[in-house]
Design a protein around this ligand. Structure first.
Ligand SMILES: [Zn+2]
Length: 394
């Protein structure tokens, strides 16, 4: 008997019933703010949220759990935690406490839209998110280009992808992506940020003391960043090198639907524009299967990619693409918001480090100790790759 009760609770996924005699009512609107408190007996935390409904009225609801006084109380399972900026549909039941005061207790939460879709890359062990240190970041195209796009078409696409980010973010971000001259050069931490095409193996080649390192076949592109990960450094979170590699082994790299390669087409503009988002410090807008849990810039958990919020699924930083897809070549409002959160014009450092220098704006003034300490805490991370969309059942 006890077992069957537990099973029933599992199946309703946290929809506890406060007072089944009173029907639950539906409230839809935007969460304006939240505040959490311990109850007077210190036994539980409740979060009160103000929700503005479509007619402009403000409704206060309360949810069991939250963060107060240095503690967080959570239930497993439980409805999603309300956070400012969320658009939600709530199931709410009015119930009295023992003093006779009425509360609107939240029993069910359906998130219609998250406050922001974008997610920044990080944090470092000290809690900082990644960014370039000066007002510009340089990229060097692989001089060999790709044999899968006719003529110099791939270089036109590279120009256009940088221009797309620069133009769309110019109104609120100070960061400018710039291109250096093409070079025949390998990826690696050398302060040269390569855009490298791979057509023989989808791998980083072997070096003297490390073998070939191959990537997931399903990844159309991958970005690798090296950044300072040192809580004792003022440069913690600073990107010192980032390389983009494009998969012409498992995909036919295409332009305008045409590729000289064979196989599944991956539109270069689509893939590269996404990878440039990683290059600047953006993570995927949602968690793919097997991704570790992440938090966004507001400290809210990043949702799984199954969400139906177009802010997340239509963003350039959504982690999957369909064959021949081109929509990620245009940067969306949420992607712009992400870059502008990292590089807001109000914080423009007014400097531009030239390519080939990893010292950025500040290390010269940090003196000699800075130069020695710089590499001690470098972190290496392969940022999320843009993958082919899994076959979806329709
Ligand atoms: Zn990605």
């Amino acid at each position: 008997m006890r077992g069957s009760v537990a099973l029933a609770v599992l199946c309703v996924a946290g929809a506890a019933s406060a007072d089944p005699a009173r029907p639950a009512t539906a409230i839809e609107g935007r969460v304006m703010d939240t505040s959490a408190r311990w109850t007077s007996d210190g036994s539980r935390i409740v979060t009160e949220a103000t929700v503005r409904t479509a007619d402009g009225s403000l409704v206060t609801v309360s949810q069991l759990g939250g963060t107060a006084g240095g503690f967080t109380m959570r239930q497993f399972p439980a409805p999603e935690r309300l956070a400012a900026g969320m658009q939600v549909a709530l199931a709410v039941r009015e119930a009295a406490d023992l003093d006779g005061r009425m509360h609107r207790a939240v029993e069910g939460v359906r998130v219609l839209a998250y406050p922001e879709g974008f997610v920044r890359t990080g944090p470092t062990k000290a809690g900082n998110f990644l960014s370039w240190p000066t007002g510009c970041a340089f990229l060097t195209p692989d001089a060999s280009g790709t044999s899968q796009i006719a003529g110099d078409g791939e270089f036109e696409i590279i120009d256009a992808a940088l221009a797309e980010w620069n133009t769309k973010t110019a109104g609120c971000s100070y960061l400018e992506l710039r291109l250096d001259a093409r070079r025949d050069h390998e990826v690696g931490r050398d302060n040269l940020n390569m855009i490298k095409f791979r057509e023989v193996t989808w791998c980083r080649p072997p070096i003297k003391d490390d073998p070939m390192r191959c990537y997931a076949d399903a990844a159309a592109g991958i970005t690798t960043a090296v950044y300072v990960d040192d809580k004792n450094s003022a440069r913690d979170g600073e990107i010192v090198d980032a390389d983009i590699e494009l998969n012409g082994v498992n995909f036919a790299i295409s332009k305008d639907g045409v590729s000289l390669g064979s196989g599944i087409k991956a539109d270069l503009a689509n893939t590269l524009t996404h990878e440039l988002g990683h290059f600047m410090g953006l993570e995927h807008t949602c968690l793919a299967p097997r991704d570790p849990p992440r938090i966004d810039g507001d400290g809210n958990p990043v949702p799984a990619c199954g969400v139906a919020d177009p802010k997340i699924t239509e963003a350039t930083m959504f982690p999957f693409q369909d064959e021949g897809e081109t929509k990620k070549a245009t940067v969306e409002a949420d992607d712009v918001a992400g870059v502008c959160a990292i590089y807001p014009i109000a914080k423009d450092p007014g400097t531009c480090a030239s390519a080939g220098s990893d010292t950025g704006c500040c290390s010269a003034s940090n003196g000699s100790t800075g130069a020695v300490a710089v590499y001690a805490g470098l972190g290496l991370v392969a940022l999320g790759a843009l993958r082919r969309k899994p076959r979806v059942r329709r």
